[in-house]
Design a protein around this ligand. Structure first.
Ligand code: C6P
Length: 415
C-alpha cells in the first residue's frame, strides 16, 4: 500500500467512536468526508484570533481576515492548477457553481433550438440547472449513453455533440458507479464543435490531482466538504476570458465598484461574483484542508484508493446474490462502489450494516436518471477515502455476509 492509512486515521477524531457497540467504519465519503484535526483547528483559530469581515475594514483583524481569505483563494488556485486567482470564485458548493454557469453563461449564450449535452450518469445538480435553462430558452437537452460496462460511451458523445451544441456538462467521476470520465478527450471534441465544457468535479477533486488547464475545462465546480473541508463552501473555476464576459448572479454589498441611483458597476474578477459577506471561515478552513491533502499528496491518495478498491471489489463480487453496478474492474475507478443484495431492500441492507457499525448510503444518490437507466430505484453505496483501511473493507464484507445470514436464517452474528 502506498500510504499509511492506519497512521493517517489518527488525524480524524470522529473515526474513534463506537456506533451500535461496534467501532465505526465510515464508508459514506461520497456524501461527505470527515475532517482532520488540522482543519478543525484552523476553524477554531480563525474564530478565536482573526474573526472580522473581509475587504471592508482597515483595522488589524479585518486586514488579517482579508489576507487569510485571499491566501485561501491562492491555495485553491494551486490545488486545481488554475492560471490566476481571478478564475477562483468561492461558492456554497458544486450545486451553486453549476447553477451560476447555467444562469449566467447559459442565459447569455443559449438560444432557441440550441443543444445542451449531459450524460445519463449525472447528479441532479448537473441535470436540473440544464433542464431549467433548456426550458427558459426552448433549447434541447440531450443525454450521452453509457456502455454496457458503465463507462461513458465516447462514440455516442461524439455523435451527440454537434455544431448545435452550446454547452457540454459532465461529471469527472460518477457518485454512483465510481467511473472516471475521459474529460480531456471530451474537451477536445466539444471545443472542435464550438461548445464549452463544464465539469462537475465534486467526486474527483478530493481524490486525484486536478489540472484544469491540461483538461481544458471551461468551468470546473467542486465542494469543500468532500475534501476534508467544511460544508457551505466550494469553488467555481472558470476561464478568465469567459468570466470577464459574464454577468454576476447575485447582487449586493462588496461586489460593486460604484452604485448610482439607477445603475451600478461591478468590481473586477473574482469579486464581482461574490456578493455579500462570504463564508470567510469556510474559505480559510478549506485552505487548511488543501494544505492537509497536498501534504499527503493527491497522486498518493488516488493510488491508495485504487489499491483499496482492487482489494475489496473481488470480495464483493464473490458474495453470492450481490450485484455490483458499473465497471467490474479498477481501471478508471474511484473508491465508490454501488451494489444490491438479492431479496433485500437497499435501505434494509444499509440499516443492517449500520447495526454492525458500518456507515454506507442507500437510495437513489441524487441520480434518478441514472438509476432509471440502470433499471433500479435504489442501491447501496460504499465510498472509500484515504483514511479507510483494508480492515474497513473486511468489516464491510463481513457485515454484508452477516446481514445476508440474518435475513436468510435470523441471526446477526459477524463471522
Ligand atoms: N453528492 C452524494 O451522496 P453539493 O451538495 O453541492 O456539495 O454537491 C452536489 C453534487 C454534485 N455532483 C456530484 C457528482 C455529487 O456527487 C454531488 C453530491 C452527494 O452522492 C450528496 S447527494
Amino acid at each position: 500500500m502506498t500510504l499509511d492509512a492506519a497512521k493517517i486515521r489518527k488525524d480524524f477524531p470522529i473515526l474513534f467512536q463506537e456506533v451500535n457497540d461496534e467501532p465505526l467504519v465510515y464508508l459514506d465519503n461520497a456524501a461527505t468526508s470527515q475532517k482532520p484535526a488540522a482543519v478543525l483547528d484552523a476553524l477554531r483559530h480563525y474564530y478565536e484570533t482573526d474573526n472580522a469581515n473581509v475587504h471592508r475594514g482597515v483595522h488589524t483583524l479585518a486586514e488579517r481576515a482579508t489576507a487569510d481569505y485571499e491566501a485561501a483563494r491562492e491555495k485553491l488556485r494551486g490545488f486545481i492548477q488554475a492560471r490566476s486567482t481571478k478564475e477562483i470564485l468561492f461558492t456554497r458548493g458544486t450545486t451553486t457553481g453549476l447553477n451560476w454557469v447555467a444562469r449566467s453563461y447559459g442565459d447569455a449564450n443559449v438560444n432557441e433550438g440550441d443543444e445542451i449535452v449531459i450524460s445519463y450518469m449525472e447528479h441532479h445538480s448537473n441535470v436540473i440547472p440544464w433542464q431549467q435553462l433548456a426550458k427558459r430558452k426552448k433549447a434541447i437537452l440531450k443525454y450521452i449513453e453509457l456502455t454496457p460496462e458503465g463507462f461513458l460511451d465516447v462514440e455516442d458523445a461524439k455523435k451527440k455533440i454537434t455544431a448545435k451544441t452550446k454547452i457540454v456538462s459532465l461529471t469527472q467521476a460518477s457518485n454512483v458507479l465510481g467511473v472516471v470520465n475521459p474529460i480531456r478527450e471530451v474537451a477536445k471534441f466539444s471545443h472542435a464543435a464550438g461548445a464549452i465544457l463544464v465539469v462537475d468535479g465534486e467526486q474527483s477533486a478530493p481524490h486525484m490531482p486536478i489540472d484544469v488547464q491540461t483538461m481544458d475545462a471551461d468551468f470546473f465546480a467542486f465542494s469543500g466538504h468532500k475534501m476534508c473541508g467544511p460544508t457551505g463552501i466550494g469553488v467555481l473555476y472558470g476561464k478568465q476570458s469567459l468570466l470577464e464576459e459574464m454577468e454576476p448572479i447575485e447582487f449586493g454589498g462588496e461586489m460593486i465598484d460604484f452604485v448610482h441611483l439607477q445603475d451600478s458597476t461591478w468590481k473586477e474578477l473574482p469579486w464581482k461574483f461574490e456578493a455579500g459577506t462570504p463564508n470567510i471561515a469556510g474559505a480559510i478552513t478549506l485552505g487548511a484542508a488543501v494544505d492537509y491533502l497536498t501534504a499527503i499528496g493527491l497522486e498518493e491518495i488516488h493510488q491508495y484508493e485504487t489499491e483499496l478498491v482492487s482489494y475489496v471489489l473481488p470480495k464483493l463480487q464473490a458474495i453470492e446474490g450481490l450485484t455490483v453496478y458499473g465497471p467490474q474492474e479498477t481501471k478508471q475507478h474511484t473508491g465508490v462502489i454501488s451494489f444490491n443484495l438479492a431479496g433485500l431492500h437497499p435501505h434494509d441492507l444499509a440499516t443492517a450494516l449500520d447495526m454492525e457499525g458500518v456507515a454506507v448510503r442507500a437510495g437513489h444518490h441524487c441520480a434518478q436518471p441514472l438509476l432509471t437507466y440502470l433499471g433500479l430505484s435504489a442501491a447501496c453505496r460504499a465510498s472509500f477515502y484515504f483514511y479507510n483501511t483494508k480492515d474497513d473493507a473486511d468489516r464491510l464484507v463481513a457485515a454484508i455476509l452477516a446481514a445476508k445470514e440474518f435475513f436468510q436464517h435470523g441471526s446477526l452474528e459477524v463471522r
